[in-house]
Structure formats: C-alpha cells, structure tokens
Design a protein around this ligand. Structure first.
Ligand code: ME8
Length: 644
C-alpha cells in the first residue's frame, strides 16, 4: 500500500497550548485524514520537545523534578490532542528511550566521521527560541525573532559542519523547487543559502536537562539537534522498518522555524547519507484580533476554555464544539499566510456555514425522507445524474486543493455543494411533488439529497470528524475512501429524523456570546448592581476587568535611564517571560533597592518607547500628593501569578 508520512513540529512543553500551536496539529490531522481517504497507509506524528534550558528553569520555578514536570506537561498536551480528535499514529516525547538512542547514535556517527568536532562558542543565546545568535544577528541587543533579552554564552562545545553542506543544499534546492512551500519561504531559504552557512554549535556544557553526548558526559545535545531527529525516530531509524517509512512526505511547521527544517535538518541528513524529506510546508501565524498572539501581550487564546465556552453558550456537546473550532481554523484565511483570530468571525461562520447551511440541509433531508419515503417505491429512488456530475467534478478539484494544503478553498467548494442541495430543495418543492403524486421526481429528489449528504459527510470528515460521523449515522451510510464513493441509489433509508447538528445563534444572543467568548473565561452571570452603589453607567463590566492582565513580577535589574531623574529601567521576570519596563518612579526609589522585590505589573499594555527604550508593560503604584509607593504582594508568590 502507498505510504504517507507526515509530521508536525514538536511542542515546547513550558508553553501552554494556544490557538496557534493547535492550529498546526489540526491542519496536519486534516491532511492525515484526507490521505487515508486516498487509501494510503498514513504515519502521522506529533509530540513534545522536552529538553532545554527553559524547561529546566520552568521546572525549578514550579519546584518540581524536571522529569515529573515534563511528564505532566506532555500528558496535558496529549490529552488536549485527544480531545481535538487528532488521529496521530505516534505522540513522540523527546524523553522517549528510542529517541534518546537515535540521537546518541546519530551524534556518535557524525563525530566519528568528522562532521561534528570540538570547538568553543562565544556569543549570544536566546532561551525562549533556544537559538545561538551572533552579535550581528541582534536587533537593539535583543533576539531578532522574539525581541527578548539574550544571554551571553561562552563555553566549549561541539560543532556541526553545516558549512560543508552549503553546495549540496544549493543543488538540492535548485533541483527541488517544491521542497519548501509556500514559494516565498523557499525564496527566503535560498537567500540564506546563497549568503553562506557557518558551522553551528550542537551541544551545551551548561544545560543538564538534555540528552548526554555519548562520548562526553559533561555535554548535552543542543535541543534543536535533538528535536529535529524526532522525525527519524518515528520512522524507526536504525531498525529494519526505517527504509520503508522514510523519507517523510511532509514536515508541517510554522514560518518561524524554517531554517531549522529547511537547512539544518537536511544538512544533518545529507551528512548521514539519509534521503531528504519530500516537502517542508511552513504555515503562517494566527494573530489575535489584529495583534501578534503572545504571552507577553496576554492575548493567547486558550483552546480548552474556548471549546468549553462554545459548547456552553451555543448548547452543543463538546465534540461538536471541537469540530466548530476545527472548521473555523481550517476555513479562515489562506493556509500559509498569517490569519487573524476574531471571535465575531468565528460565530458568524458558525451561524452561516454550520447552522444555516449544513445543519439545515441535514434536518430538512431527514425530515423529508421520514415523511415522504414511505410513499415512494424504492426503485424510484434514483439520484439525479446532473447533480452527480457536479459532485464528481468538485471532488476532483478538491483533491488539488487538499494536495496543496489549501483547506479553505476545498471547504468553500464543499459548501458550494451544500448550497446546491439546499437550493434544490427550494426549487423542487418536494411538498408540492408529494401533493401532486409526482413520485418519480420526489424519489429522485430524496435520493439526490441522501447520496449528496453521503458525499458531503466524506468530504467534511478530514475537517470535522464528529460531524461526519453523525451525518453518516443519521443517513445509515459508512465512511469510505474517495474511490469508493459512487453516485448510486441508497440501499437503506433513514427513518429517524432526530439528529440535530448545530442550532442557530439568534441575533439578540450574538452580543452576549461575543462578550462572553472574547474573554475566553468560564461563563458567569452578570450580577445586579448593589443598592447604594454608583449608577450602572459608572460601572465597568467584568469583561472590562478581564481585559486587564495583572501579574506578579520580580525585579531582576533596575537602573536610572540616563539624563532623567524620573525614569527607571526595570528588567523583570513574569513567570516564563522576562521584559523591560520603564517607570516614572526615579524620584521615589533608589533603583538598587528594587532588585529582588516582587511588584505588580499590567502585562498586556501596548508596548511603547520611552526615551528610545521599549517598555513592555506598566507597574502599579499608589500615589497621594507627592507620596508614591509600589504595590507588592503580601507574601512571596511565584512570578507570573495572576491578580484577580
Ligand atoms: O518551535 N500561529 O516549538 P513551539 C501558528 N519545539 N503557529 C504557531 C503559532 C501561532 N501563533 N505559535 C507557534 C518549537 N506556532 C520547537 C519545534 S520541531 C523539531 C521543534 C507553531 O512550541 C510554530 O511555528 O514554539 C511551530 O511550528 C509549532 O507551533 C511549535 O512551536
């Protein structure tokens, strides 16, 4: 059987899953399910990237042994993926023993053949992105990728001869123009290649939480070198099944990690004489209502809360809420480009596409079949060939969309067919056909709806597996591969019209839903204003309060901004984040006295520049006249703790 091996990036476990990260796994699941319907034997991997300096730090902050911290985090990612119905074949953890073995085996082989050599690294390191950076890479002394402060690193470690593979990579890129997609990412990487490659550091002497370098226990393998190898582990590197499973057909990743997948990983494989993956597809980023989604800005959409709220507000069970989210993520935007998450657009899509178009089609079909089919002799249930022709043509065009990962275009075509059937009901007027005893046309009408729904359920299945199952159960048909679909008379007729998919949100409910969903919080009733309090117009709503992200932070550094007596530059830690805040407290505090103190900050304030310094937030202080005092928690609490 034809095989198809696809992978997602593996997720850093110190970040909680957010809408952006899960969108990648959902897209990959879409591809996996589509490929299975082509009759292929699909190997689909996702998982967690568990080693690294930042994981070591997070475990320490949480006072947990790092193994336990990693196991808990990996379990929560996995259970979310199960909830999202991700049909992975392997959830790989980089702490899995087979992976550790493969990493050590590859590292040893590359060392033995001279592709890894001992050297010393002097430069910068971004802990958030786990990336080594040159002085010239920095932007205003910060990481060019995430904008965070970088650490100076000077250590003896091992290097991989990346530069040696520059020419081979250039030839590969020239001969395989579809190796990296979309084309703009290919062009970006081609420019990097033409600009020249330098050898990269692939071990750390100061990080303990990593895979030990097999021949030097003082060193651990650099987290990216370890992580990339996960794809070979999944395919069974070093075992008899590897040649059958490798190369990967598709590495699905985000646009921020193209160099690792498009340059470093292929170079490692070239050095190991292993075939290169067939395609690397780099998707864009999900932004939030116009802004980059980031923990620093406090606008990260939590998928679990979103699903729970969708389900509670709309009155659908959780698997349907998951599908509604899967649909929105797949239907919005052009895959590969950045997309903006908007609660309003999500609800509009829900109402039009799911409740109005699809839900309505299923309901009316089931009702009409229950009502009219007993009067129609079975041989008259012949689906209309013209409509069949249209479905077959659309299906062929759908393959082109899904082969190119154009989910939205494929769904749009599918919904055009939903609407063809809905329009057919309006045009054919089945009640009139029944009343006039026009059984031949009535039979053709009912059969077309049933066969059409069977096609549609299969076409929808890669995107919304639960919806597909429910439609198929309601019409008594099975899921099939693409080639098994046939426009032929239904054998059995459903008699139960009770399946309801998506109820419609009424216009008067929409504003309430929007307000509730915007905060992605648990749904709470809005309390009445107590007597004697200011008039309701002077109150702010709970949604307004929820907009403010107040967090506890520890001051790590503090210094006066040169040439001012008022401004102090603070460098603070809020949980996993570190950031700079410029505050006008210079007349009240000696900066040195602030170091090590916990303060309260507004974490999601729009960053702004003060005296040329980017200030990412504001701190809370109480003031009366000339007096000013900083707010601080009564007892020490973990950095990043939320203030409610
Ligand atoms: O980079 N929108 O892990 P990660 C869309 N461990 N995709 C997003 C996104 C957003 N807002 N934010 C993140 C790592 N992603 C490494 C990968 S692979 C051998 C090692 C995507 O948890 C991101 O582009 O930071 C990446 O593909 C994936 O989520 C995991 O990101």
């Amino acid at each position: 059987m034809d095989r198809f091996f696809l992978t997602t990036a593996i997720y850093y476990i110190n970040d909680k899953p957010h809408l952006g990260s899960i969108s990648e796994t959902i897209a990959a699941d879409f591809v996996a399910r589509y490929q299975r319907k082509l009759g292929r034997d699909v190997l689909f991997s996702t998982g967690t990237d568990e080693h690294s300096q930042k994981v070591e730090k997070s475990a320490l902050q949480k006072n947990l042994p790092v193994e336990e911290y990693a196991a808990q985090a990996a379990a929560s990612w996995k259970s979310l993926f199960d909830r999202l119905r991700i049909s992975y074949s392997r959830f790989i953890r980089t702490t899995d023993t087979d992976h550790v073995r493969v990493v050590q085996q590859m590292f040893q082989q590359l060392f033995d053949q001279g592709d890894i050599y001992k050297g010393s690294y002097e430069g910068w390191y971004c802990v958030k992105d786990e990336t080594f950076l040159l002085e010239t890479d920095l932007v205003e002394s910060k990481c060019p990728q995430c904008g965070r402060e970088v650490q100076h690193v000077s250590e003896a470690n091992y290097f991989f001869r990346l530069s040696k593979y520059q020419d081979a990579l250039l030839s590969w890129y020239t001969e395989h123009r579809d190796f990296v997609q979309p084309e703009m990412r290919y062009n970006e990487l081609m420019n990097v290649l033409r600009g020249g490659l330098r050898d990269i550091s692939v071990s750390r002497s100061t990080v303990k939480w990593g895979i030990p370098v097999p021949f030097d226990p003082e060193q651990t393998v650099y987290v990216w070198f370890d992580a990339l190898i996960n794809y070979a582990t999944v395919a069974g590197y070093g075992r008899p099944e590897f040649p059958e499973r490798w190369p990967a057909d598709l590495h699905l990743i985000g646009k921020d990690i193209t160099r690792f997948h498009g340059i470093i990983w292929p170079a490692m494989l070239l050095a190991l004489s292993v075939e290169l993956p067939r395609h690397v597809f780099a998707h864009g980023f999900w932004n939030f209502e116009g802004e980059k989604m980031s923990k620093t800005l406090g606008n990260v959409v939590d998928p679990s809360t979103l699903i729970a709220n969708l389900s509670a507000l709309i009155g659908i069970d959780e698997p349907l809420a998951v599908d509604a989210l899967r649909y929105y993520l797949s239907r919005e935007g052009t895959y590969g480009m950045d997309v903006d998450f908007s609660t309003q657009r999500m609800l509009l899509r829900f109402n039009t596409d799911l409740a109005n178009d699809l839900g309505n089609l299923l309901n009316r079909t089931l009702n009409m079949v229950a009502k009219f089919s007993p009067t129609v002799p079975h041989p008259l249930l012949q689906p209309k060939p013209v409509v069949g022709q249209l479905f077959a043509e659309t299906l062929a065009r759908l393959h082109a969309d899904y082969d190119g990962l154009q989910f939205s275009a494929g769904l749009e075509k599918t919904w055009a067919l939903v609407n063809v059937l809905n329009k057919m009901v309006e045009d054919d007027k089945p009640w009139a056909l029944s009343k006039n005893g026009n059984l031949e046309e009535l039979g053709a009408h009912l059969a077309t709806l049933l066969v059409g729904l069977w096609y549609l359920a299969n076409m929808i299945e890669p995107c919304m597996p639960t919806v597909a199952e429910r439609i198929l159960a309601a019409i008594g048909r099975a899921p099939v591969t693409w080639s098994e679909l046939s426009w032929t008379a239904p054998e059995h007729l459903p008699t139960d019209a009770s399946t309801v998919l998506f109820p419609r949100i009424q216009p008067d409910q929409l504003d309430t839903f929007l307000a509730e969903l915007a905060g992605h919080r648990a749904v709470e009733p809005v309390p009445e204003a107590p007597a004697g309090e200011p008039s309701p117009s002077a109150f702010i709503s709970i949604e307004d309060v929820a907009k403010l992200h107040l967090r506890v932070a520890t001051v790590l550094e503090a210094e006066r901004v040169p040439e001012t007596d008022k401004l102090v530059r603070l460098f603070v830690r809020t949980g996993d984040d570190q950031r700079t805040i410029v505050a006008g407290i210079g007349k009240h505090y000696d900066p040195a006295d602030l170091i090590g103190k916990q303060i309260i900050i507004v974490a999601n304030l729009q960053p702004r520049k003060l005296r040329g310094i980017a200030s990412q937030g504001m701190l809370l202080a109480a003031s009366a006249g000339d007096d000013l005092t900083l707010l601080t928690p009564m007892a020490t609490i973990v950095d990043g703790a939320e203030i409610h």
